[in-house]
Design a protein around this ligand. Structure first.
Ligand code: ZN
Length: 493
């Protein structure tokens, strides 16, 4: 029997003392030893002994079925961490990071929990730690970075090359913007400073991301000020600004034109550029009140772009897609748009490419690196039929208009019959995509195994048969995969 260095299911297995002694004393099947018989519900620690006929009805109780790998992800079948388990890793992350051998050995014990590319990453760490024994995780990470950067750049350039091949199919008037995007992306990837194109929309998008968690009145002042930068007036050829409009802007943003540096002459040739800088300075002063350094940095970077000073920007898939979508806004050729999206989807992410992970987190603390490595494996509550939180009824109607009856979408309900457990990354992959029949991107066997475990749980009295029947119905409707709930002891409730 294999010996585990650590285990879940014993009292605080990750305490420093336990960790030292645990490496030899705990046997291999202890992760699953703590099985469903000792499954405890709620936080008041009522042990389930198989006789209490109260069924799981809450989201958190359902998630606890993932504890100790009891049930796998509905989409990929892998084990999932519950929050407590992740917290334990966090608790010992300093100890783990102190030795890359220990780190890779411990994490590889949980390889059933991790996406394939993460396992490759940990295996590579293990490999490096043999070449550089007795070093900590940070040292190994630094060693891994240069070759990872090289491979990643190669991949990204290859994708840009493939995108370039689509240029002849684009309307001629878009060629210039498209060329600029590709060239600037190369500068970004290589970390070379360049005179970056200013985009008010991009700035607004990045700013809203950064101000997500700001206290309410300040957040509104910042975003309302930034919103003005996206006004169509800035795109008009006429260099002048209508006097009336300018006065309104001053009033709306509480900027005093009489204070030094705030005055903009509406008839000046550079009036628009000047106003952009005044608005950006206003956002900086709002951000300074709350010490929001990342917002200040973004504004300064954007000011350089407005003035035309070369800047270095990191390449990001999101920003690239955002700009490309801006360029393709008026392209109606669906086939061409699909070609673009098929290629851009291949840009490596920190989830599906170990080199992208290394490059993204190379400057982070090992605490952050470890939690980033594991948190995608957290159990999440999945709605089998997506509840389309951000889609209005009207949009659903519009989307269904031209679709055949069997491919129309509908809003799922938020009750246990439509709940399932899935990894965070699988949940995100599902999103609200059509995953029916030939579009099913996951593992059929995983679904079958998932429901087999649920049947056992119904027979143990943990779940109501009716809710599992509804889950299987929703699963069938969504995926086209029929589930036989064989052996389920069930009387009509
Ligand atoms: Zn999964």
């Amino acid at each position: 029997m294999k010996v585990l260095p650590i285990t879940f299911g014993i009292h605080n297995p990750f305490s420093a003392n336990n960790l030292k002694s645990a490496s030899t004393s705990i046997s291999g099947n202890s992760i699953s030893q703590n099985n469903i018989d000792t499954f405890t519900r709620n936080n008041n620690d009522i042990s389930f002994n198989g006789k209490i006929p109260t069924f799981i009805t809450g989201k958190n109780d359902l998630k606890r079925l993932a504890k100790n790998g009891h049930i796998g992800c509905i989409w990929c079948g892998g084990s999932m961490f519950i929050q407590n388990e992740l917290d334990m890793f966090h608790h010992i992350s300093k100890r783990l990071a102190s030795s890359s051998e220990l780190f890779s050995r411990v994490i590889l014990h949980f390889k059933d929990y991790l996406p394939p590319e993460r396992i490759k990453l940990v295996k590579q760490i293990s490999h490096y730690s043999k070449a550089y024994p007795n070093h900590d995780l940070k040292y190994i990470f630094n060693k891994m970075t240069p070759p990872a950067e090289k491979r990643l750049i190669h991949k990204q350039f290859f994708i840009l090359q493939n995108l370039k091949k689509l240029k002849p199919e684009l309307p001629v008037e878009l060629h210039k913007d498209f060329d600029i995007l590709l060239n600037h992306s190369k500068y970004r990837i290589l970390g070379i400073p360049y005179v970056s194109e200013y985009s008010a929309k991009e700035f607004y998008y990045q700013l809203s991301n950064l101000s997500k968690n700001l206290p309410s009145p300040r957040k509104e002042s910042i975003l309302n000020t930034a919103k003005i930068l996206t006004h169509p007036i800035f795109k008009e050829i006429d260099p002048e600004i209508p006097d009336k409009w300018l006065k309104r802007v001053y009033k709306q943003t509480n900027i005093s034109p009489n204070t030094k540096g705030n005055y903009v002459s509406p008839y000046a040739q550079n009036a628009k550029e000047k106003l952009k800088l005044v608005l950006l300075n206003k956002i900086i002063s709002l951000a300074k009140e709350g010490n929001h350094q990342s917002i200040i940095d973004l504004c300064n970077l954007t000011k350089n772009k407005v003035i035309g000073i070369p800047v270095t920007s990191k390449f990001s898939n999101k920003a690239f897609n955002y700009k490309l979508n801006e360029i393709l806004e008026d392209v109606k050729d669906e086939k061409l748009l699909k070609k673009f999206s098929r290629i851009t989807k291949k840009f490596p992410t920190s989830l599906d490419n170990k080199d992208a992970f290394i490059v993204k987190y190379k400057n982070e603390s090992t605490d952050t690196i470890i939690s980033k490595m594991l948190e995608d494996s957290l159990v999440t509550l999945e709605h089998i039929t997506p509840i389309l939180r951000n889609t209005s009824d009207k949009e659903i109607k519009l989307r269904n208009k031209d679709l055949a009856k069997n491919s129309r979408i509908k809003r799922g309900s938020d009750n246990i019959g439509n709940w399932a457990l899935a990894h965070r990354w699988c949940n995100a992959l599902h999103g609200s995509e059509n995953i029916k029949n030939e579009n099913f991107p996951f593992s059929r066997e995983a679904g079958i195994k998932y429901f087999r475990t649920l049947v056992e749980d119904v027979n143990k009295g943990l779940l109501s048969g009716e809710s599992v029947i509804n889950m299987a119905k929703n699963y069938f409707e969504q995926t086209g995969i029929k589930i036989k709930l064989k052996g389920m002891k069930y009387t009509h409730e």
